[in-house]
Design a protein around this ligand. Structure first.
Ligand code: PEP
Ligand code: MG
Length: 843
């Protein structure tokens, strides 16, 4: 039943319309509608009776759920979260039931006032679907006495909410998830989340502490500036709220399409912003390396067209129709652009970026902002241009430079729609062959549409290595420089230049010999890459006839399919722990078997599949396996020790793995084995499971600790194969934590001590006719490959992109020379000496 709710002023002061608050997050009502107050008192009182559902850890904001279900967020000041609680004293805690007028937070007007950007305090309704209309007060108000905001409640509120929420179908709040994404919810995961949220009718909010944003709006999600580790929740109100909360909570926990454990490549760049190159001569223009490679070509200056639109509209209805038509047309354009990209991996990246643009185009907050202006008799073009420019500026102001880069995406999609509204054709990137483009800014869709056979490289004066433009350039294999000196914009069209994307340098007056040299080098690299790829399906046989198996390290079935396409002869390491990550409970036998079988099917019977059992503990904790706090977790319950400690979990995994035995040449491998008792205990469990299932697999262990390497001759009698985990073997041999900020770079797998461990392992295994692989990082290191071959390793299990190059390198080697090389470097005194000796193999 509809009704009214009066919200009393929590503080004394002067009422200020929300639109005037100097923070777009509030002014644009991204958190909710309401009113602001410029306070003169310093004790915040409860504006309604209700329950404290959230108290921000910085104590500057809290949310009360009123008895009618309306949620009132009070946010003291602007950017006060940065004070981290300094100057605020909470007088209540989460879960407290408070009475109207009860003091909630006390704060120091003086110190907060001096340190914060503003003391303006926002009173916002975060579940606006319960509200039909808002009547904010104006002028002076007195805390606990004056009405600050009068709400007319929607029919679905109050009593209805009570009724429906009693069966849990109206308002639902998900569990708190610790955000797994290495860079928070930036453009692509935000687009995925918003896209999934839009499939539900309910009003859906993404909540972090006292802040909450529309989960259907990419811009709002990005604007929340989340970071890895932030506790977030999904809150939904509406008929399908429970289903929405369940699905979206799961999606966030799973990383919103990102592999939470993927190398946080952009994050590294986030913490250490990409380094600018330094010009070494007046003819060099320096920028940031955005995409590696060398290019010789002629300058083509590219300038986007300025699109003029009139401010006044031709009537609200007409402008709305125009607007909707332009949005639809822009969606079609993006769809068409996507279908022109075929399904190879580099293009799927471009397609993902275009999908993120489609999400921006469907952003409800953005569309709403434009519609507000259209309703005020502005033209659709003007309204849209204001709305998207404001968002782009807002993104530009964000602290994270990764998120700031998304402003370019916003302007890109904005211009696409604007051009349609203004009836102008956007300047196209139809350039002559051998072009090096120079622009202030290139839009991601310009870049996605580039023809790599004509565009040899490009430079922009804006942007950085994490921009979509840079990502696209890398996926297209086009050398590029971002953030180049502005003088680049004055280079005349047609001037011959050499662009060194790897260094981030544009050479504007190359001499004849310099051009010749650059061209020769380009030819050499291109020819080598092409050759390697073309030959990736051939076996890796040394010049003197010795074959090395080159297989892949993978995490799931998708990577197995990629590996096969890159010429992998099998999988030497399936890190099964990735199936166990980012969830609250272990995966069931059925879930696990589905993935293992899919991997096996991708490989087929003729290829080896080595599945490693769960390898957690130490640097790889799992929330649902509470391991005891240990003084030395790397020397504690890790790898096989955890599985033997929880035999039931190991049995479930073994049963699931064995289900893959019909589809591939199945090998099961136990990690972190140190003693013979561990091998025997694990094998005994496996034997029971193979007997029970009637299925079989070969069994091996990882050699990751010195005891296993030293005892290899004895251990080899117990197993079918060894795989050397040089990452751990190095850390345990040198007693240097592989993640230690200072030591990790010294823990080199090419240290002679580690090489001697490898030699011992191979010797022990070969005595008993067992094969040895290397699946640690050095197997993908070109300098290490000749030494590993020389040490007698039978199989190299490498990262998927490295497969063609490793195979090609093996083919250039001779086993005899590798033996001699291995002997020579084993006698050296340090990893530095070894690397100096091997420098010629680095490419
Ligand atoms: C290793 O230690 O070398 C290895 C391959 O295992 P992980 O890196 O998964 O610990
Ligand atoms: Mg390991």
């Amino acid at each position: 039943m509809a009704g009214h709710l009066e919200i009393l002023a929590p503080l004394s002061g002067i009422m200020v319309p929300l639109e005037q608050v100097p923070d777009p997050v509030f002014a644009q009502k991204m958190v909710g509608d309401g009113i602001s107050i410029d306070p003169t008192s310093s004790e915040m009182l409860a504006p309604v009776s209700g329950k404290i559902v959230n108290l921000h850890r910085a104590c500057h904001a809290l949310t009360i759920e009123s008895e009618t279900g309306v949620e009132v967020l009070i946010h003291i000041g602007i950017d006060t979260v940065e004070l981290k609680g300094e100057g605020f004293t909470p007088l209540v805690k989460e879960g407290d039931v408070v009475k109207l007028g009860q003091p909630l937070i006390r704060f120091s007007l003086d110190s907060v006032g001096r340190k914060a950007r503003s003391l303006l305090t926002q009173i916002l309704i975060t579940n606006g679907d319960l509200v039909k209309s808002y009547a904010p007060a104006s002028g002076l108000v007195t805390a606990g006495k004056s009405v600050a905001l009068k709400l007319e409640l929607a029919v679905q509120s109050a009593a209805n909410k009570q009724e429906s929420s009693s069966d849990g179908s109206d308002i639902a709040l998900g569990n708190t998830i610790v955000l797994p994404n290495p860079n928070g919810l930036h453009a692509r995961p935000a687009a995925l989340l918003a896209g999934a949220a839009k499939k539900f009718d309910s009003d859906i909010r993404l909540v972090r502490g006292g802040e909450s944003v529309n989960a259907k709006s990419v811009v709002s999600i990005i604007g929340l500036c989340t970071q890895k580790g932030d506790p977030v929740q999904i809150k939904a109100s509406g008929k399908d709220s429970a289903a929405a909360v369940e699905a979206l909570t799961k999606l966030i926990a799973e990383g919103c399409g990102e592999n939470p454990n993927a190398e946080p490549e952009p994050a590294k760049k986030e913490t250490a912003a990409p380094v600018r190159a330094v010009a070494t001569s007046p003819d060099e223009l320096a920028g940031v390396s955005a995409s590696p490679g060398l290019a010789v070509g002629k300058i083509v200056q590219f300038r986007p067209q300025i699109i003029d639109v009139s401010e006044a509209g031709e009537g609200v209805d007409k402008e709305r129709v125009k607007f909707e038509f332009a949005l639809k047309e822009a969606r079609n354009q993006l769809e068409a652009l996507k279908t022109t990209l075929s399904a190879d991996a580099s293009k799927s990246h471009r397609s993902q970026i275009l999908s993120a643009h489609q999400e921006l185009l469907d952003d409800p907050e953005l569309i709403y902002q434009a519609l507000v202006l259209i309703n005020q008799n502005k033209s659709a073009g003007f309204a849209w241009s204001q709305a998207y420019s404001q968002y782009a500026e807002q993104l530009d102001r964000l602290k994270s430079h990764l998120l700031r880069e998304r402003a370019n995406d916003m302007r890109d999609i904005g211009r696409r729609v604007l051009a349609l509204l203004a009836g102008v054709k956007q300047a196209s990137l139809d350039v002559p062959p051998d072009s090096i483009l120079v622009a202030e800014e290139l839009s991601p869709s310009d870049t996605a549409a580039m023809d790599p056979s004509k565009v040899m490289g490009f430079c922009t004066t804006t942007g950085g290595a994490t921009s979509h433009v840079a990502i696209l350039a890398r996926s297209l294999g086009i050398p590029a420089i971002c953030g180049i000196e502005e003088t680049a914009l004055n280079l005349p069209d047609g001037q011959l230049v050499v662009l060194d994307g790897t260094r981030g340098i544009l050479h504007r007056n190359p001499s004849e010999p310099e051009v010749t040299q650059a061209r020769a080098k380009m030819k050499q690299i291109a020819a080598r890459r092409a050759e390697e790829k073309a030959a990736a399906f051939e076996p890796a046989i040394t010049k003197d006839g010795h074959q090395i198996e080159v297989v892949a390290n993978i995490r799931n079935a998708k990577e197995a399919r990629e590996a096969v396409k890159m010429g992998a002869e099998g999988v030497g390491l399936l890190r099964s722990e990735f199936l166990f990550d980012n969830r609250d409970t272990p995966p069931s036998q059925v879930e696990q078997a589905a993935e293992y079988v899919a991997v096996a099917q991708a490989l087929g019977k003729e290829r080896t599949l080595v599945i490693r059992t769960l390898d957690v503990g130490g640097d790889k904790p799992l929330p649902y396996i509470p391991l005891p706090k240990e003084d030395n977790p790397f020397l504690g319950l890790r790898g096989i020790r955890v599985s033997l400690d929880r035999p039931e979990m190991l049995r479930v995994q073994l049963r699931a793995i064995l289900e893959a035995s019909d589809a591939a040449d199945l090998h099961i491998m136990f990690p972190m084995v140190a003693t013979i008792e561990e091998i025997r205990a694990a094998k005994a469990i496996l034997a029971e499971e193979t007997r029970a299932s009637g299925k079989t697999a070969k069994v091996g262990i990882m050699i990751e600790v010195p005891s296993a390497a030293v005892m290899s001759e004895i251990f080899a009698k117990e197993v079918d194969f060894f795989s050397i985990g040089t990452n751990d073997l190095t850390q345990y041999t040198l007693a240097m934590d592989r993640g230690h900020p200072k030591l990790a770079k010294l823990a080199d797998g090419l240290d002679p001590a580690v090489l001697r461990m490898i030699a011992l392992t191979v010797e022990g295994a070969h005595k008993h006719g067992k094969w040895v692989g290397v699946c640690g990082g050095i197997a993908s290191d070109m300098m290490a490959v000749p030494v590993l071959v020389g040490l007698g390793v039978d199989e190299l299990s490498v990262s998927v992109p490295a497969i063609p190059s490793v195979k090609a390198l093996v083919k250039r080697l001779s086993l005899q020379e590798c033996h001699e090389l291995a002997k020579e470097v084993m006698d050296m005194t340090s990893a530095v000496d070894v690397r100096n000796r091997l420098a010629s193999f680095s490419e």
